[in-house]
Ligand binder design. Structure first.
Ligand code: PAF
Length: 296
């Protein structure tokens, strides 16, 4: 496994990789959710490139850029065990040299949900991912369902800018008690960690109601709020129901696949989670075919 920091060296080494290439972009502090992406990329491609870069442009000034968890030696050990070919670990100066001034803005699908709470976030994500797509020249890129809106934004960006690669979506990997794996889980104290699986319980309650025929958005959302309210430490930022392809808000009963998503704070830690309704779309092929699917 080769570890590369510089752009020219990445281009040289990438040319030497045989066959199809799977790209897994990450910000490091790898957990089983990332490793599931890497393993899928490994099983579907001849070569695998993982990037580790804590992208400053997707963090607002008041967010956790400075304390975002970092463990490069640990990450590299895990990636070596997974049989990764190349790891790209650029510095911020490599990705955004002095006088850098080009950004990618995705419009409608980046506006609501996370985009509303974090107005600059998707501009940073779309920009860095476009740069990584250009550098990697991959055949497929792998992202986790936990960041569902990110997937929709990246899909839209790749389609609109004619990147010739396939975006694949892996279902969320969870702890035994249902908490979605996230590098930010390590910020939680013991009480917050105990309370955090309430997000998963809320998704399950709504999923069960949907399965038994409930389609009224107001009632489905109410059920999520009622469940979240059972945890005193949970401060809800939003709970929302959107069309899983377009992210348009859903206000009346429909049988099109829906994205139920939420952001909840536990003290200083902000957690997000989501599921697709019906829940049987929470499989690799179903998600890849559904979440952010481009119809035009
Ligand atoms: O999901 C992430 O870890 C990041 O947003 C990504 C896609 C690596 C871009 O910085």
């Amino acid at each position: 496994m080769q570890v590369i920091e510089a752009i020219e060296a990445l281009r040289q080494q990438r040319k030497k990789l045989p066959g199809t290439l799977g790209l897994v972009p990450t910000m490091g502090a790898l957990h089983d959710g990332h490793l599931a992406l890497v393993e899928t990329a490994r099983s579907e491609n001849d070569s695998v490139l993982v990037t580790i870069f804590i992208n400053p442009t997707q963090f607002a000034a008041n967010e956790d850029l400075d304390r975002y968890p970092r463990d490069l030696p640990g990450d590299l050990r895990l990636l070596e065990q997974c049989g990764v070919d190349l790891v790209f670990t650029p510095t911020p100066e490599v990705m955004y040299p002095a006088r850098y001034q080009t950004y990618v803005i995705v419009e409608d699908v980046a506006q609501g949900l996370e985009g509303k709470q974090r107005p600059e976030h998707f501009r940073g994500v779309a920009t860095v991912v476009a740069k990584l797509f250009n550098l990697a020249q991959a055949d497929c890129a792998y992202f986790g369902q936990k960041d569902a809106q990110q997937v929709v934004v990246i899909r839209r960006m790749a389609y609109d800018l004619n990147f010739p690669l396939e975006i694949k979506i892996h279902p969320t990997i969870r702890e035994a008690d249902g908490l979605a794996m996230s590098s930010r889980n390590r910020y939680l104290n013991a009480d917050e960690r105990k309370a955090a699986p309430v997000l998963y319980r809320a998704l399950q309650v709504v999923g069960a109601a949907y399965r038994s025929g409930e389609r009224q958005p107001k009632i489905l959302l109410q059920k999520a709020h009622d469940t979240l309210r059972t945890e005193a430490l949970a401060q809800v930022e939003y709970v929302a129901l959107n069309d899983a392809r377009t992210l348009e808000r859903v206000e009346s009963p429909t049988d099109t696949p829906l994205l139920l998503s939420m952001a909840v704070r536990f003290g200083g830690t902000r957690l997000i989670d989501n599921c697709l309704l019906p829940l049987e779309f929470n499989d690799y092929a179903g998600l890849t075919a559904t979440l952010g699917a481009i119809n035009t």
